[in-house]
Design a protein around this ligand. Structure first.
Ligand code: C2E
Ligand code: MG
Ligand code: MG
Length: 553
């Protein structure tokens, strides 16, 4: 443990020397001895001691309490009072500054030592954002609640969580993720007009205690302000980044009998606004609590689902236009939930990503799909290519490529029969790294398809720079393609571009004859969608494969 530096603020030089000797003997180092509140603030600014030992009655204009408030507020340095003052009024003022300790003179050496140790221990600030952490918040919040007891107003307690922070971390890196957190922390800390306290709870979660309000609507207005403040663009490495937040609000008194319960309830409300898509605030109600219990139990269920073999791979047929033959299958995972029945991947994939389960789940899908495809080949069924979706999280896994080649080896599937589907966002995070990985995959013989093309940060230029085998046109462009001129124009442009670069074009989500006719006419290569078939469980897909059906286009 490094030697802790202490600033002594004491106007009686003899006492100050005495304290100093005592502290040095106890193993602390003294950054300085000052006699006035002004000097105290200046020394704290310049020397950043680990702790300030503060007398109350000082030389100069401002007293120790005012100086302590400044020092705590601006630099988050813990202050321990060491003073002869102990009257009611002084104590009340002291309390407001949330001191880390209070020692009455004349002091005992042992008492001084213990109080300082405790203060330093309690003072664990959050090192990334410099905000108070959860345990500090708990103490400060209980003081705020205590002090407000007699007032007619309400205190709004908010929890705030940044939406999609995991996506920022995985797409842009943890450095940017951390900078976003710091920026948000800074913006919240500067909103002192309305905010009383800000603390960082977990990774991207903050607690905010608002100054007392007269009505619920005032709290709503401030929450909206906070959402706006967070949503202001941030500039990192020359590019703009936007983040949004979800806020849960509860009011004291009413929504909880102590700080702990208020925070818990604000959390449930926050989960609800997350569920509703984020960039929202929501007040706590009894129903909120039920919903958040649901979310919690859902997460628990998801965690167990892999162990309990509740996942199943479905196969969606992909048909080659030229021959009308089934040439591929997209593996799409399904969750057979014991109570809810079949759950859509659109719901649980993001959840699995957030919870860090996607690597295990994705690997399971990959292995199942490869093993199954190989099994069909062994039965001498028509040759088939299998496409597996990858999430950004899997892609950034260090040993992902090794795992893919291990799985190919173990399942004995010819790498040419495997296609990996990636989305545009994933490429955008680090184009150079993506290009390197793709080259390795290509050398292994694996095919690479870009999924949902046109929906992301589409750039028609990067497919030129990256070695793709196929482009999948997103279903939103296929919809009403025969009538929607804009969709038609985009689709035609994508097909032409892809063909110029020797890429295959796959249209997804084809639902009717008109859409199919348009795509045949414009020489799209492959088609998938409900017009042909939905994604099928293994036995049904196998039956289709065995029938060796030929579609007439
Ligand atoms: P995606 O890869 O774009 O898959 C196509 C989605 O469109 C599938 O939804 C499919 O069932 C649906 N679809 C197919 N034909 C039609 C149609 O004609 N009309 C309409 N309206 N929809 C059609 P699904 O299976 O719900 O999957 C949704 C998304 O979940 C997938 O989008 C993919 O991004 C993700 N996903 C599915 N399985 C996996 C997986 O194993 N791993 C990962 N990382 N993501 C997966
Ligand atoms: Mg896909
Ligand atoms: Mg798609």
């Amino acid at each position: 443990m490094p030697t802790r530096k202490i600033l002594i603020v004491e106007d009686e030089s003899i006492i100050a020397e005495d304290i100093s000797d005592c502290l040095i003997a106890l193993g602390y180092s003294i950054t300085g001895i000052v006699y006035s509140g002004e000097e105290a603030i200046q020394s704290a600014t310049e020397l950043r001691p680990d702790l300030v030992l503060m007398d109350i009655n000082l030389q100069g204009e401002i007293d120790g309490i005012t100086a302590a408030e400044e020092i705590r507020g601006r630099f988050h340095i813990p202050v321990v009072y060491l003073t002869a003052y102990a009257d009611e009024n002084t104590l009340r003022r002291v309390n407001v500054t949330q001191p880390f300790g209070y020692i009455v003179k004349p002091f005992e050496e042992k008492n001084l030592h213990t109080t300082i140790q405790l203060a330093l221990h309690r003072h664990q600030y959050d090192s990334l954002t410099n905000l108070p952490n959860r345990s500090l918040l708990r103490e400060q919040l209980s003081l705020v609640l205590e002090n407000q007891k007699e007032l007619p107003e309400m205190i709004p307690i908010l929890t705030l969580s940044l939406d999609r922070i995991n996506r920022i971390n995985s797409n842009l890196g943890h450095d940017i993720g951390d900078s976003v957190l710091c920026k948000v922390a800074e913006r919240l800390s500067n909103f002192t007009e309305k905010i009383n306290l800000v603390a960082r709870l977990e990774s991207a979660e903050f607690a905010i205690v608002i100054k007392p309000v007269a009505e619920k609507q005032d709290a709503a207005k401030i929450a909206r302000n906070i959402l706006d403040i967070v949503a202001q663009p941030m500039i990192f490495k020359g590019s703009e980044l936007y983040v949004t937040a979800s806020i849960g609000i509860c009011l004291s008194p009413g929504d909880g009998c102590d700080g702990e319960e208020l925070l818990k309830n604000a959390y449930s409300a926050m989960y609800n606004s997350q569920e509703r898509g984020g960039n929202k605030y929501e007040f706590y109600t009894a129903t909120t609590a039920i919903n958040s219990i649901n979310k919690f139990s859902q997460e628990t269920c998801l965690r167990n689902a892999l162990k309990r073999s509740e996942f199943e791979v479905y196969y969606e047929p992909q048909i080659e236009i030229k021959t009308g033959k089934l040439i591929g299958a997209e593996a799409l995972v399904r969750w057979n939930h014991p109570k809810r029945g079949r759950v859509s991947p659109a719901e649980f994939i993001p959840m699995a990503e957030e919870m860090g389960l996607i690597a295990a789940l994705g690997e399971w899908v990959l292995e199942t799909a490869c093993r199954q495809t190989q099994a069909w080949q062994r039965e001498s069924l028509p040759p088939l290519r299998v496409s597996v979706n990858l999430s950004a999280r899997q892609f950034e896994q260090k040993n992902f490529t090794e795992r893919v080649s291990e799985i190919l080896r173990e399942t004995n599937l010819d790498p040419k029969c495997l296609q990996l589907e990636l989305t545009e966002g994933l490429i955008l995070q680090d184009e150079k790294a993506a290009a390197r990985t793709f080259t390795v995959w290509r050398d292994m013989g694996i095919q690479i398809a870009i999924d949902d093309f046109g929906t992301g940060y589409s750039s028609l230029s990067y497919p030129k720079r990256l070695p793709f085998d196929a482009i999948k046109i997103d279903k939103s462009f296929i919809r009403n393609i025969a009538d929607d001129r804009q969709n038609a124009a985009i689709t035609v442009a994508i097909i032409q571009m892809a063909h110029c670069m020797n890429m295959t074009v796959i249209a997804e989500g084809v639902e009717n004859q008109q859409e199919l006719a348009f795509l045949c006419d414009r020489e799209c290569d492959e088609i998938q969608g409900h017009f042909f078939s939905q994604a099928l469980p293994k036995p049904q897909f196998e039956a289709l494969l065995k029938s060796d059906k030929c579609w007439v286009m």
